[in-house]
Design a binder for this molecule. Structure first.
Ligand SMILES: Nc1nc2c(c(=O)[nH]1)N[C@H]1C(S)=C(S)[C@@H](COP(=O)(O)O)O[C@H]1N2
Ligand SMILES: [Mo]
Length: 526
């Protein structure tokens, strides 16, 4: 066996200044992020953070807020509910590439590398500062990590300049040391990020409160009517289990809200401002309502919707306590993380079951679905109504205020469109000839679904059988027993709402006010 030195002492085995710079760059990046995330986690733990001290979460959050609507559409379309994982992965890649670039630049002109690195730190500082509730102390982690990273760039890339003076052996040793320390820094950086997240666990307090929260009993519980669930395999369950419920929000870190510290303020055009705390809310007469929640980003045939039984106190009662002043036509609800939704006042004061929700399907809300308190408003897309971790209701006007998505190109008003979806068979499936159950769900929140029809190829519309109607605010399952003949066929579905209006065939993308068009699939019958 050749001794190590024989291979490594070849001139070609020496590391180039650029490669050395790249390794130092990645080391500096990893150390910066590792230190910052660890400190951010500790700050969260001891409760000194104001907003988002974690630079990863702050940059991600700022990125989400700045994302143009088309990119958000695209990301949700491609990654669905994994859009946040996709964001984290892309951020890591960008970070690695930027670190390499800084190191390579520094290997040529140290000062230039230092300046570029400093600019990147400034971007991160700006992101942390831009987050809701940011305070000066939130800047500590990124500034600390940034200074250490800067020092690494300034001192370690300088070595590259003297490499020619080194002996072969030195080059060999320093290469091993350099690569080793580079890998070590990345591993330690990643570990520090992970430890920071675990430590952050303000999570703990909120989690304990959640686990010990006994969901209030209601005077008239809501149950699933017999026959609402057709029990067809492959069709979305009539009540979607909480853990499988779709999740859409702009929160990169799920807010961990301790109900003991939670309160909801009613402000704006009211006779008297009201502040509701957790115990006061729980003492109110709670109601249950079955409501199918719906995301405006749902594509035709998509599954960004779900049905649940929600427990809560009617928003109209709270607004009555505050006394809405004349002239108001909107309620701007704000989340603890800064998200806002603008809901027509009427939808919160009319007869419908708009609730300040504390429980979903008899369980405390999951943190990602808004624990301790969220809004659920029948008939409106979530982006204009379903604020999770809600902390303020400002009674106002559409002229004076806008919800989060409106300046980003989405409609100020978001009534849910009538739609239907084929769940089985799946698109492009192969089935055997004979009777095939074509089935799915249809919804027209707050108008109600009265019919569903299926078209095979270009044949006539045929009535499907509907599951029993639970309420106008709830989707209905449907099934059409299709006498399938061999060949390739297209199947199209349309719903009819209580106004008698069939679902439009006109295609529309999700932006600005919800997708439309018939869901069509293709199946091969053998
Ligand atoms: N705080 C907060 N609440 C929010 C959102 C958000 O981004 N932040 N998104 C809304 C949107 S667009 C939808 S569709 C629903 C989704 O609720 P879910 O995640 O519980 O299904 O939450 C709404 N409430
Ligand atoms: Mo949504």
């Amino acid at each position: 066996m050749k001794p190590d030195g024989v291979t490594l002492d070849r001139p070609g085995g020496r590391i180039s200044p650029a490669a050395r710079g790249a390794i130092v760059g990645v080391t500096a990046g990893a150390v910066t992020i590792g230190v910052a995330e660890l400190v951010a986690g500790l700050m969260r733990r001891i409760g000194v953070a104001g907003g988002t001290p974690s630079p990863i979460d702050a940059v991600g959050g700022a990125f989400i807020d700045l994302t143009p609507p088309w990119l958000k559409d695209w990301a949700i379309g491609v990654f669905g509910v994994h859009d946040k994982t996709a964001l984290y992965v892309s951020m890591t890649l960008v970070l690695v590439l930027l670190s390499i670039a800084v190191g390579v630049i520094a290997s040529r002109v140290v000062r230039a590398g230092v300046i570029v690195f400093a600019l990147l730190v400034v971007v991160a500082v700006t992101a942390v500062w831009s987050r809701p509730h940011a305070s000066l102390i939130d800047l500590v982690p990124i500034v600390l990590g940034g200074l250490i990273g800067l020092r690494l760039i300034a001192t370690r890339t300088r070595d590259a300049g003297v490499r020619d003076a080194e002996s072969m052996t030195d080059a060999h040793v320093s290469r091993r040391v350099l690569i080793g320390s580079g890998i070590g820094a990345v591993v330690l950086g990643a570990a520090a990020v992970a430890v920071g997240r675990v430590v952050a666990g303000g999570a703990r307090v909120a989690a304990v409160a959640r686990e010990t929260f006994v969901v209030p009993k209601v005077a008239s519980p809501v149950a699933v009517p017999a026959g609402a669930d057709l029990g067809i395999s492959g069709v979305t369950p009539f009540i979607v289990p909480n853990a499988e419920f779709y999740r859409i929000d702009t929160a990169l870190v799920v807010p961990q809200v301790d109900p003991a510290n939670w309160s909801l303020r009613v402000t704006g055009m009211v006779e008297r401002e009201v502040t509701l705390d957790w115990n006061t809310l729980l003492a109110k007469p709670m109601q249950e309502a079955m409501v199918t929640l719906m995301c405006v980003s749902n594509e035709v045939g998509g599954s960004l919707n779900g049905n649940a039984i929600w427990t809560g106190w009617p928003v109209r009662e709270l607004l009555r306590e505050a006394g809405v002043r004349p002239g108001a036509d909107m309620v701007l609800s704000t989340s603890i993380d800064g998200f806002t939704a603008g809901t027509p006042l009427a939808a919160l004061t009319d007869e419908r079951n708009s609730l300040l929700v504390v429980a979903q399907n008899g369980q405390p809300l999951l943190p990602e679905h808004g624990f301790p308190v969220r809004l659920v408003v029948p008939g409106l897309y979530g982006y204009v109504s379903a604020t999770k971790w809600v902390t303020e209701l400002k009674v106002t006007t559409f002229d004076a205020d806008q919800g989060y998505w409106t300046p980003r190109g989405w409609s100020a008003l978001g009534p849910v469109k009538t739609q239907s979806r084929i769940d089985v068979p799946r698109d492009s499936a192969s089935v055997s000839a004979g009777t095939v159950a074509v089935a799915g769900v249809a919804w027209a929140q707050h108008r109600g679904v009265t019919g569903v029809q299926v078209q095979v190829d270009s044949g006539p519309w045929q009535d499907a059988r509907l599951g029993v109607d639970a309420s106008v605010d709830v989707w209905r399952q449907w099934v059409y027993e299709w006498p399938a003949t061999p060949g390739t066929h297209t199947l199209t579905v349309r719903a009819i709402d209580a106004t008698g209006e069939p679902e439009t065939a006109t295609f529309a993308p999700p932006a600005p006010d919800g997708a439309s068009g018939h869901h069509t699939i293709s199946v091969t019958v053998a």
